[in-house]
Design a protein around this ligand. Structure first.
Ligand SMILES: [Ca+2]
Length: 101
Protein backbone atom coordinates (compact mmCIF):
# COMPACT_ATOMS: atom_id res chain seq x y z
CA UNK A 1 0.00 0.00 0.00
CA UNK A 2 2.70 2.43 1.01
CA UNK A 3 4.89 1.48 -1.95
CA UNK A 4 1.94 1.84 -4.32
CA UNK A 5 1.36 5.31 -2.92
CA UNK A 6 5.00 6.29 -3.42
CA UNK A 7 4.99 4.97 -6.99
CA UNK A 8 1.76 6.82 -7.74
CA UNK A 9 3.25 9.97 -6.27
CA UNK A 10 6.42 9.63 -8.35
CA UNK A 11 4.40 9.08 -11.50
CA UNK A 12 2.32 12.14 -10.76
CA UNK A 13 5.43 14.21 -10.06
CA UNK A 14 6.89 13.14 -13.40
CA UNK A 15 3.71 14.13 -15.19
CA UNK A 16 3.65 17.53 -13.53
CA UNK A 17 7.35 18.17 -14.04
CA UNK A 18 7.54 17.07 -17.67
CA UNK A 19 5.95 20.16 -19.28
CA UNK A 20 8.43 22.39 -17.43
CA UNK A 21 11.21 21.10 -19.67
CA UNK A 22 9.37 22.39 -22.72
CA UNK A 23 9.50 25.96 -21.41
CA UNK A 24 12.55 28.10 -22.10
CA UNK A 25 14.38 29.49 -19.07
CA UNK A 26 12.75 32.65 -17.79
CA UNK A 27 9.22 31.52 -18.48
CA UNK A 28 9.23 32.52 -22.15
CA UNK A 29 9.03 36.25 -21.46
CA UNK A 30 12.25 37.04 -23.30
CA UNK A 31 12.18 37.40 -27.05
CA UNK A 32 14.34 35.00 -28.98
CA UNK A 33 17.15 36.39 -31.14
CA UNK A 34 15.01 35.52 -34.18
CA UNK A 35 12.10 37.57 -32.84
CA UNK A 36 14.41 40.48 -32.09
CA UNK A 37 15.86 40.33 -35.56
CA UNK A 38 12.35 40.30 -37.06
CA UNK A 39 11.59 43.38 -34.99
CA UNK A 40 14.66 45.14 -36.33
CA UNK A 41 13.64 44.35 -39.92
CA UNK A 42 10.13 45.66 -39.23
CA UNK A 43 11.50 48.87 -37.74
CA UNK A 44 13.99 49.48 -40.56
CA UNK A 45 11.42 51.05 -42.87
CA UNK A 46 13.94 52.54 -45.32
CA UNK A 47 15.89 49.25 -45.43
CA UNK A 48 19.32 50.79 -44.99
CA UNK A 49 20.28 48.14 -42.45
CA UNK A 50 20.30 50.45 -39.45
CA UNK A 51 17.79 52.24 -37.29
CA UNK A 52 17.64 55.98 -36.71
CA UNK A 53 15.90 57.35 -33.67
CA UNK A 54 12.50 57.64 -35.35
CA UNK A 55 12.63 54.06 -36.62
CA UNK A 56 13.78 52.76 -33.27
CA UNK A 57 11.20 54.67 -31.25
CA UNK A 58 8.42 53.40 -33.52
CA UNK A 59 8.80 49.90 -32.05
CA UNK A 60 8.94 51.01 -28.43
CA UNK A 61 6.05 50.03 -26.20
CA UNK A 62 3.74 52.99 -25.52
CA UNK A 63 4.79 53.19 -21.90
CA UNK A 64 8.45 53.58 -22.90
CA UNK A 65 7.94 56.34 -25.48
CA UNK A 66 8.09 59.26 -23.01
CA UNK A 67 11.62 58.07 -22.19
CA UNK A 68 12.67 57.51 -25.79
CA UNK A 69 14.97 60.57 -25.98
CA UNK A 70 16.76 59.67 -22.79
CA UNK A 71 17.07 55.99 -23.66
CA UNK A 72 18.31 56.76 -27.16
CA UNK A 73 21.11 59.07 -26.05
CA UNK A 74 22.15 57.22 -22.90
CA UNK A 75 21.74 53.56 -23.81
CA UNK A 76 20.84 52.96 -27.43
CA UNK A 77 22.96 55.26 -29.58
CA UNK A 78 25.79 55.24 -27.07
CA UNK A 79 28.43 56.26 -29.64
CA UNK A 80 26.28 59.18 -30.82
CA UNK A 81 26.43 58.55 -34.58
CA UNK A 82 22.65 58.81 -34.96
CA UNK A 83 22.05 55.20 -35.95
CA UNK A 84 22.16 51.73 -34.49
CA UNK A 85 23.12 48.71 -36.53
CA UNK A 86 21.46 45.33 -36.25
CA UNK A 87 24.38 44.14 -34.13
CA UNK A 88 23.92 47.04 -31.74
CA UNK A 89 20.16 46.46 -31.66
CA UNK A 90 20.54 42.76 -30.87
CA UNK A 91 23.05 43.56 -28.13
CA UNK A 92 20.68 45.98 -26.42
CA UNK A 93 19.09 44.98 -23.19
CA UNK A 94 15.62 46.44 -23.34
CA UNK A 95 14.92 45.85 -19.71
CA UNK A 96 12.43 47.72 -17.58
CA UNK A 97 13.14 51.42 -17.03
CA UNK A 98 15.41 51.96 -14.06
CA UNK A 99 17.03 48.56 -14.42
CA UNK A 100 20.73 47.88 -14.61
CA UNK A 101 22.45 49.88 -17.33
CA1 LIG B 1 16.80 52.60 -41.35
Amino acid sequence: MTIRKILAGAALAALVAAPAFAQPPGGGMQMTPEQREARFVTADVNKDGKLDKAEWSSILPERAKPMADQMWSSRVDADGDGFITKEQFLALRMGPPGGAQ
